[in-house]
Each structure stands twice: as structure tokens, then as C-alpha cells.
Design a protein around this ligand. Sequence first.
Ligand code: NAD
Ligand code: ZN
Length: 241
Amino acid sequence: MRTLVITGAGVSAESGIPTFRGKDGYWRNLDPAKLATPEAFANDPKLVWEWYRERRERIRNAQPNPAHQAIVKLAAHADEFLLVTQNVDDLHLRAESEGQRLSREKIVQIHGDIFEARCSRCDWSRQEQEEEEEEGNVPQCPECGELMRPGVVWFGEQLDPRKIGRVENYLARGLCDVVIVAGTTAAFGYIIDWALRARDQDGQLIEVNPDPTPLSGFATHLIREPAGRALPQLVDELLAT
Ligand code: NAD
Ligand code: ZN
């Protein structure tokens, strides 16, 4: 079985991480769709860092849920597997199933990693531990002195070409028997494009989302349930056949 799994914020919702577009997405009455932009950072880098530090804290205190665990189980038993996640949290990496975790080669964090900080000018970047966080500060690049920013892709920014390359390579090596798209509004064209191109003619395209999305009309199976309930059952069914 060759599989592609694509996830979005909905998969982490049951771990207590708010989605962007959901009712809990707002922060101090500010719209995340406006905060997660280069313009917001240019206007008020301190405010944007405060928002990211609060989100990091929340993610550190959160635990992977059965949806994350089911994906690890699928990866362990599928012949070929890739996870493309829009989530910047580390819950896919921390999730375990049968004592195993997903290896980094099997995950593409297409929108980056919230625990990374990188220079807004040069190539310098680092992973930040809790103890290194400087409250109320905007970190500066030790190489060039420019402001550091969270290592994520903001609205209106380009994806990392190396990450696109990893997804394209996986697609080029063969079509998938099973494509699962879970917990995403599928608002970005590339997400829809990858999901549709990955599926073999006889393969399944399974959407897991309580609400309809632009992909719903193309899905061979729709599961209108929370991911934490739907994915463990789905993975067991797929592995039983
Ligand atoms: P989104 O917030 O736009 O949409 C969330 C989707 O999940 C919706 O379609 C909703 O119906 C669905 N959903 C809600 N609860 C669910 C559940 N329990 N099970 C299954 N589905 C559920 O998220 P998105 O499509 O990922 O796009 C938003 C962008 O914001 C992403 O690019 C991502 O980078 C970023 N983001 C990341 C995180 C995170 O890392 N956890 C959180 C919020 C936003
Ligand atoms: Zn720099």
C-alpha cells in the first residue's frame, strides 16, 4: 500500500490547539489571518513574537491525540508513506504507536516549524528551547543583526522549494492507493493539487473533516467526524484489507 496523508490544524484541535479559522482562533481580538503575515511582523514584531511564544507554550503543554497516533500506525504498516502537514506544531513528531515514532524523512512540514527562529535577512536559523525564550524581546540574528522571525510560512509567502521538491519526488515515484486528507480547509491550491495528483485511478481519496471543503466533491470517501475518532478506525480498516 502506497499512501499519502495530508493534515491541517483540525488534526491538532482535539489536543487543544486552536485552528486558525475556528472560533478559538482569535487572539486578543486579533485575527490570525492578519497576524500571520509579513506586514504584521513589519508593523509590530514584538506583538507577533508574543503571539508565537504563547502558541509555543500551548503546544509544549499539549499531547498528541489518537489522530496523530493512528497516522504513526499507518506509516509503520504501509509499504510507502509520506505525511504532508500544514501544522507547525510538533505533535506528529511526538506521537507514538506501538513504541514507534514517525521519522523525519516521512514528514514534510510544508508551512514550517513553530519552534524554529530564523533571520529575516540571511540564512541563519536555530531551534529554540523553552529556557532560551526571551520574554518581551525580539531576537536578533547573531550573524547580521537583523530581526529574527518564527520559522513558519506566513500568508502571502512562498513555500520552501526544497520541501515542495520532497513532495514532488514522492508523487513522481508512483501513484497512491490511499490518499487521506484530514482536518484542513484545503484553502491552498497546492494542497488540492497534491491530493488529486497523488491518487491512482483505482485509489481512494478519503476526506476526514466535520465540515465540507473544496476537496469534498473529489473524495471517494467522506468521513464527517472529528479526526481523533475517525482516523484510528479508518487506519484499522485500511490495515485489515
Ligand atoms: P484551518 O484552521 O483553516 O482549518 C481547520 C480545519 O479543520 C477546518 O476545515 C475544520 O472543519 C477542521 N476541523 C476542526 N476540528 C476538527 C477535528 N476535530 N477533526 C477534523 N477536522 C477538524 O487549518 P488549515 O487548513 O490547516 O490552515 C490554516 C493554516 O494555519 C495552516 O497553514 C497552518 O500552517 C496554520 N495553523 C497551524 C496550526 C498548528 O500547527 N496546530 C494551528 C492553526 C493554524
Ligand atoms: Zn542574519
